[in-house]
Design a protein around this ligand. Structure first.
Ligand code: ADP
Length: 556
């Protein structure tokens, strides 16, 4: 009975655990099989015994109800074996029906998922795949492949590599996406873009491209050269305003810039068993005697990445190592990361207790507002200045030198201090930075620290003219790598004369681009501050930023 109870219990369990689903007799242990065999034997023996006895009684006309002791024992054995066998196999049989229903209901859920949720999620690649990858349908016509993507049989992400045709992959993915979501992508162009140029480098799972208009501000007269500055933006007034600032600078003899620093940073975090050990590594890294060896190790992975310094910060037994390196014309994140990796491997041998927690420990600090970038700089640190003549301020900027100086003090300095600003002592540096970054293929997320800027406005020339400057410690730009090699972005870099790697002086193109960014910010600051000082801001925005067109007619 114990065995039987166990078997009943096991029946219940597999009711809840389909993975252990087996017929009852397969699930039993050996003693239970023996018990079954015994009860089967008893059952058939007593049945044979009783039938033969009853046949004999019928033949001899003996009443059947006169039961002998042996017949009574046989009957008891018959009922006992019946109860056992019915209980055992009957319940198993019953459970098989119950489970069948449950399996079906599971199937219903799976079918529901596979019909609705799974293909969508697979097509969008946002689920964790737990089953083996399905056979890819990539050699049929487009319709077959679209259906296969919609059904979740072909992963959307695999289209480029399987088809060997990036444009076709984007087109198929786009159609599948429209069917899965039921939303039209009309308005998002597919044609007219080189999808090969972004494969494996700039964007995954493309379905089209967003169009951003590019306007030109300038000429910006900077360090004796004229630049037509491309700005990709959808904010009305921005290009016009920067253009006005360029004009004011030009009429005043131009702006000049100085590049103060050029070094990209990466700061891994490592952990030790004690603060003492962490401090030991800090002293080792900051010891000038060790710099030669460390820079040799750092520099071995790149022709352009050159270690400049390592600044360490301790938090208990954790150490943050902020590496700074020159990166030529590249913005340099990949380059600096590779160098840091080399040094960490080297240090691991010397400091075996060092636990490398992460190659980026946020003391870098990339794409986040952080005082370390504002104070120490990251990428290119640039100061750019101009003296704007009094009559230019009046005629072009429609305000006065005194009004500008006062507004700058109360807004960009005091107002930002009141707001607890971090590197935000300016009117709208990020507007110009982001528009140029989009146009020239920079990483737009780096506008965070690249827009750190303090705008100063002071009286000069016996209080007649305006000295305006922008100081920007963290301009992160490159002219090779990332999005800079794409056709449109490359054309904008070409317009500025900074396309690709500088042949004569590696890094010169990226440095020039950084000064152009600062010069353009100078123009933007001048113009917006003037508009504010003259009370023109709302008026000009109503003119340029409010369209009379009915935007509801835009296809969607
Ligand atoms: P990033 O480090 O900005 O992410 P990448 O590593 O993607 O940039 O691109 C830089 C690549 O360009 C490197 O492989 C580097 O060797 C190459 N390169 C060619 N010329 C230059 C140059 N003048 N300055 C920097 N990198 C260059």
């Amino acid at each position: 009975m114990e065995a039987r109870r166990k078997s009943l219990h096991s029946s219940k369990t597999f009711h809840h655990e389909p993975s252990t689903k087996k017929p009852s007799c397969d699930a039993v242990s050996l003693p239970l099989c023996v018990a079954n065999a015994v009860f089967f034997t008893v059952f058939f023996t007593v049945v044979y015994y009783l039938l033969s006895h009853w046949r004999e009684k019928i033949r001899t006309s003996t009443p059947l109800h006169l039961v002998t002791l042996s017949e009574m024992i046989a009957l008891v054995a018959f009922f006992a074996s019946c109860i056992y066998l019915l209980g055992f196999f009957g319940i198993g049989f019953f459970h098989s029906f119950v489970l069948k229903e449950d399996d079906d209901s599971n199937d219903v859920v799976l079918k529901h998922n596979s019909g609705k949720l799974t293909p969508c999620a697979q097509a969008l690649d946002c689920t964790i795949v737990t089953s083996p990858p399905p056979a890819l349908v990539t050699d049929g016509d487009d319709e077959d492949i679209i259906k296969s993507v919609v059904d979740g049989k072909t992963p959307s992400y695999a289209l480029e590599s399987k088809l060997g045709d990036c444009k076709r992959a984007a087109s198929i993915r786009r159609e599948a996406l429209e069917r899965i979501t039921g939303k039209s992508l009309t308005g998002l162009p597919l044609e007219g873009f080189d999808y090969d140029s972004i494969f494996g480098q700039c964007c995954e799972l493309p379905v089209g491209y967003v169009q951003i208009p590019v306007g030109i501000a300038g000429p910006l007269l900077l360090d004796g050269n004229e630049f037509s500055v491309p700005m990709a933006t959808t904010e009305g007034c921005l290009v016009a305003s920067t253009n006005r600032g360029c004009k004011a600078i030009h009429l005043s003899g131009g702006a000049t810039s100085v590049l103060l620093k050029d070094g990209m940073t990466r700061a891994p975090v490592v952990r030790f068993g004690s603060a003492e050990q962490a401090a030991e590594l800090k002293f080792f890294l900051e010891n000038p005697a060790n710099f030669g060896k460390l820079s040799a190790v750092f520099n071995k992975s790149s022709r352009f990445g050159r270690l400049q310094s390592i600044k360490c910060a301790i938090a208990g037994k954790n150490l943050y190592l902020r590496f700074t390196c020159g990166t030529g014309d590249a913005m340099g994140m990949n380059m600096v990361s590779k160098g840091v990796q080399n040094v960490l491997e080297f240090l691991q041998d010397k400091f075996p207790d060092m636990d490398i927690i992460g190659i980026s420990g946020n003391f870098c600090s990339d794409k986040k507002p952080a005082a370390v970038n504002w104070i120490e700089g990251r990428g290119k640190s640039v100061v750019c200045e101009a003296v704007i003549k009094c009559d230019v301020v009046q005629k072009v900027l429609k305000t006065s030198v005194e009004a500008l100086v006062e507004l700058n003090m109360l807004k960009n300095l005091t107002g930002s201090a009141m707001a607890g600003a971090l590197g935000g002592f300016n009117a709208h540096a990020s507007n110009i930075v982001t528009a140029i970054y989009l146009a020239t293929g920079q990483d737009p997320a780096q506008n965070v620290e690249s827009s750190h800027c303090i705008t100063m406005m002071e009286l000069v020339n016996d209080g007649k003219d305006l000295h305006v400057s922008v100081t920007m410690p963290s301009i992160e730009v490159g002219t090779v790598g990332g999005g800079t090699q794409l056709a449109s972005q490359s054309a904008c870099l070409n317009l500025l004369g900074v396309k690709g790697a500088s042949k004569e002086t590696p890094g010169a193109n990226a440095r020039l681009l950084a000064t152009i960014v600062a010069g353009s910010v100078l123009a933007g600051e001048l113009s917006l501050m003037s508009a504010l000082a003259a009370g023109q801001l709302v008026k000009s925005h109503m003119k340029y930023n409010r369209s009379n067109k009915d935007n509801t007619k835009v296809p969607s």
